[in-house]
Design a protein around this ligand. Sequence first.
Ligand SMILES: Cc1ncc(COP(=O)(O)O)c(C=O)c1O
Length: 378
Amino acid sequence: MPRKANLATRVVHAGNGPDGPSGTLVPPLQMSVVYSHGNSRAYSYGRDHNENWERLEGALADLEEGQGALIFGSGMAAISAVLESCGSGAKVVAAQDSYIGTRELLSHLTAGGRCSAELVDATDLAAVRRACQGAALLLIESLGNPLLTVPDIERCAEIAHQAGAVIVVDNTFTTPLLVQPLRLGADVVVHSLSKHIGGHSDLMLGAVITNISDLLPKLRYHRSNSGAIPGQLETWLALRGMRTLDVRLRRQTESAAFLAARLGESPAVTRIHYPGLADHPQHAVALRQMTRGFGAMLAVELDCDADTAERVCGSTRIWTNATSLGSVESLLERRARWAGEEHVPDNLLRLSVGVEDAHDLLQDLTQAIALALPAGAV
Ligand SMILES: Cc1ncc(COP(=O)(O)O)c(C=O)c1O
């Protein structure tokens, strides 16, 4: 697929290609892990390489516009491989509102003496500059979790590079369709493909895409020898899911913007966090950085306590009270229910907007709020 085609076209075709004499349009699911010696692709054993992985990796490298990509068994396996690639004792700076699993992994690595970690407000560039002194790696997310903060990736990349650090951006919340961190100066992009790219809550995979050519062989070595490899079926499903990424994300993004506007009219809602709203603290950065929409995630604060907010989550009929994001089904949860998210307001619900009808989603949330909150508050 030529680079000049629009991303909406590339998601449909990237990683496809004529499949030999049979001419199948859909790439075959290749299950073999054993190859006869002397084959034309020089494949030897399934833990090292196979055609399913290479198709998905080629597609991800194309969409993120990186030199190459490697997939892993989960988003955490991808992040862990990148952290592992830093030398022993390296200083890692990470956004303070990174995914809980990432923060958990960093404290585990720190406790074991593998690295030292400093958490920073990635929207505060002076703080990022201070923290990056002596750092080997800066790890930020394209949208913070769960308040949907928007770090300025271009400026963070400049700061990291001036300090001699590599900058890694977790692009799970936005995908290359909304943000392309490598084009903004990042060195490495990581993904949980279990979210928007898979898109159907039925697979776990992760990916690393980079422009640092000598990082790829290191990560490949780690993947082969740590043995934490992606499954063949999941890989095939992820490429299949990617085909509809643009149409899904367009609908989800439109619905999220609609919900952000309409929920703001409810007296039961005290605050909405959505980068597309003019009163979002980093709206100006979002306008510059997110050229195709502001994403499918929003967070709402309700005029109630934690128990009542939990009751709202339990009273919806279309939204599922569950932890994840980016899928066709809409999900919500009270984020402060998790250890590690104590700083998140008790009354805050994180919403991952699916592809259902936006008016149905609004109506369902409104009835759940009316059921749970005392009359008069709604
Ligand atoms: C931003 C982000 N990065 C990474 C991960 C980890 O991905 P996985 O669950 O595929 O390991 C998650 C999981 O929710 C996430 O939200």
